[in-house]
Design a protein around this ligand. Sequence first.
Ligand code: C2E
Ligand code: C2E
Ligand code: C2E
Length: 90
Amino acid sequence: AGHSEPPPKLVLDLERLQSVPSEKAGPLARYAATIQSQRGDYNGKVLSIRSDDLRALAVIYDLPPQQLAEELISWGVLDPDARRAVAQNG
Ligand code: C2E
Ligand code: C2E
Ligand code: C2E
């Protein structure tokens, strides 16, 4: 009913990810590479991921999902708009 926005997507910037030190970016880089391989999607500069995947990554990084999202935003890997995607899903 009018004025509906689609929910924001979690879109990883793969080029920025390459410039993040591997001791921070390693687990995320491996996770993203696995998704690319499962999809056969190798040529993108960005990769859209499931919100469930952010929750899985939060377990890997031992952080609440929202705090992991803040980390990724601070690295420039995730758009600040993605905050709304995380907030919506708890
Ligand atoms: P699957 O989950 O059984 O999905 C099969 C196919 O359904 C996918 O093939 C894709 O064409 C479509 N699909 C499923 N969910 C979505 C969605 O949310 N958005 C879109 N656009 N399409 C969707 P595809 O892409 O070749 O992926 C093959 C398998 O690789 C998937 O099987 C899943 O097991 C895995 N996979 C791919 N991308 C992701 C991801 O971002 N996260 C996770 N957890 N697994 C993924
Ligand atoms: P969008 O989701 O806003 O994506 C905009 C552009 O970002 C895409 O343009 C593509 O260049 C890039 N992009 C986003 N996510 C990925 C990703 O996971 N892998 C790669 N390699 N590139 C990505 P594109 O391809 O011309 O698509 C334009 C729009 O068409 C998309 O906007 C989306 O709304 C729709 N679209 C394209 N492919 C799919 C799909 O497989 N499933 C769904 N549901 N929508 C799609
Ligand atoms: P999208 O393709 O625009 O899908 C938006 C949301 O619609 C997804 O959010 C999911 O909740 C639902 N959805 C779309 N297609 C399917 C499907 O085949 N099965 C189910 N169960 N739900 C579906 P989600 O999961 O957070 O994914 C966000 C974005 O990540 C997707 O946007 C798509 O760009 C990408 N993505 C996720 N999984 C896959 C996948 O398996 N393959 C590909 N190629 N892209 C995926």
